[in-house]
Design a protein around this ligand. Sequence first.
Ligand SMILES: *Cc1c(COP(=O)(O)O)cnc(C)c1O
Length: 408
Amino acid sequence: MSDVNTEHTWVDTFNESLMRTMGQPLALLTHGRGAFVWDENEKEYLDFLAGIAVNSLGHAHPVVVEAVTRQVSTLAHVSNYFSTRPQLELAERLKRITGAGPAGRAYFCNSGAEANEAAFKLARLNTRGGRSTIVSLKNSFHGRTMGSLALTGKREMQEPFEPLPGGVIHIDSTIEALEATIDDSVAALFLEPIKGEAGVIDLPEGYLQRARELTEQHGVLLILDEIQTGIGRTGRWFAYELAGIKPDAVTIAKGMAGGVPIGSLVTFGWASDLFQRGMHGSTFGGNPLATATANAVLEEIESAGLIDNAERKGVLLRDRIAALNSPLIDEIRGHGLLIGLGLSEPIALKLSAAAMDAGLIINAANESSIRMAPPLIIRELEVDIFITRFSAALTAVGFPPQPPTPEA
Ligand SMILES: *Cc1c(COP(=O)(O)O)cnc(C)c1O
């Protein structure tokens, strides 16, 4: 940065030199610890977004620091002509925690979109009986690369980049639409168990169970995108456990290595036999730095009981938010520590800005939804601080907490 002119701020540099892909940043962050981050003016924020469900262990967690430091000082990268112990260990670990078991297989890449690209190619390989259609949901989000964008159910994101890979149809998120669509011409059904980017929108009751029945009946791959919902976030390793089902494949990324980029496609049963050698690959995918860090993060989630913590703190947060009795909050969605608030007025941006002022990071997923995904390590202390700062934000936008409504 050439700060010859002292009037030239970081915002100016951002606007001049960063590609105009994303909106303007909310702050310039310099460091973090646990569930807190600080900006360049040393203002503290409670981070209830965690890099959008990425920083599972919060910021600067000693387990992550140690894993990265140890691995980078021995082997960071080796190419796919070689394997390493961390890579093998992570593949075995993923087979165990997904429930894919001995017939499972793991493919490694570097992001969520790449995991869905791999899953898209997997879907193309399910050609039995000439089937080819891929089914996805309206208002879903699966990533920004061309294949994952083709899966994404948002026309306004797709239009500037057409033509996209073909053969994908988007249906309503109802059991009726599912029953009308799934037949022997379908190769794969892609689903987010909870639609994260859409504002933490739950599927209808019984939807995943019905999707499992129909896909099994018709030889359709059930591919679950657990990039946002996975890795303990919903109080289970994966959200499909809440529905008591197993998919044919699951894509994972975000929270897997606590902030180090990694993604994975894990296949179950017959889906593990579709890819043949030489059909797919990634230079960085499965490198020892990312896989060693993922092993350390997943080990810590397990040994520190953080999945159980996500469930319990999720319940506590939902109870405490409901008890605020603010007329702005219509609905509390999601599960565990993936929390969506449906607002009675379209002022989510105003509310999240007021929260920033109060020292709290929450996300306006759209104009009437707030999304929160705090790190899995939060304690009651952070819940208390959240309630204080969130109450201040609600008051600032004119919808303060109210005394409890008397029983009717
Ligand atoms: C974030 C996300 C993606 C895309 O992941 P990237 O790492 O940004 O490519 C895909 N699917 C879901 C459900 C996500 O939440």
